[in-house]
Design a protein around this ligand. Sequence first.
Ligand code: PLP
Length: 362
Amino acid sequence: MKRLLRKGIENLTPYPPGKPIEELERETGIVDSIKLASNENPLGPSPKAIMAIKENLNNIHRYPDGSCYNLRQKLAQKFGLPMSKIIVGNGADELIGLVVYTFLSPGEEVVLPWPTFLLYEKVVEGFGGKRVTVPLSNFSIDLPAILKAVSSATKIIFINNPNNPTGKALKKEELVHFLHSLPSDVIVVLDEAYIEFATDPKVASVVELLESYPLLVALRTFSKAYGLAGLRIGYGFASEMIIDGMNLVRQPFNANYLAQVGALAALDDEEFVNKTRTIIRDGLEFLYSQLDRIGLEYMTTQTNFLLIKTTLGAEETYRRMLREGVIVRSMESFGLKDYIRINVGLPEENKRFMKTLEKILS
Ligand SMILES: Cc1ncc(COP(=O)(O)O)c(C=O)c1O
């Protein structure tokens, strides 16, 4: 088999996603499991998106609008950008790949913090790029160290703000300074998948820097704050030059019809996004206080998930929680062998998580 593979991908391993509830229940017979492993929205999907999708089911015999005109127009209005600077993808995941396929040539370097979202390195390695990793400093992305790692071979830098899996966020000021310190031929992918959850007012998007830093690509998703992870839809902002490049290799109908319909409606669902923010904030307060009570270390977060240090180690904690029907994410594949990551769930899910954690640790 290895012999058949394209050179360079022989040693890759498949992306390790959070375990689906159905899989756990199929394998173990557990029936009331909960999943806190993929940073999904505990409230479910935006009700406005559900309604719009139901109303449009009869149109799915047609190909979708490959240009995503309506959705891009709405995003353009919301963010005060021209439509020509917006691209829509089959999740932010697709856009991460698209940047690499569009701009990276085999052997060119990509600078990445570590640990961060695993997909970046996977895509870069799969495409024959050279990965240059820069360790986090105190669980935060170390921008000065990234600047030092940039060389004349650097083509792309990935920055996830706030960062998955640590939940730490860079301040707007730091990012602005960073972008202005870079050579003018380096593409910066700023993945803002969790930006809607940031509560620190100093953490903010730098989308307005598209004018002054034309090689900035900001990525967003409907999977988290809007609860549409299963639909697979995300979007990006960049200069026309970058978007035009990505459109050269983008599949013609990459964002499916129902995803476009759902996302369009979800953008009007401020009530749902606000409710989501509230449940996350309240859930974090509960989890922080309970973790303090039992004396476990954790990372305060600007997202809907948090890292928890466990005395059993990541894998053992994951396995024992699984046996109790609680799916968490072991951070071993992120190089954090003492940590698990959970996203905030519904209040009853957060309580069940804490009760189960206490049980398996005792
Ligand atoms: C940092 C980050 N970027 C992107 C994604 C994927 O987003 P999407 O569901 O839009 O593909 C995730 C999903 O967990 C993520 O954590």
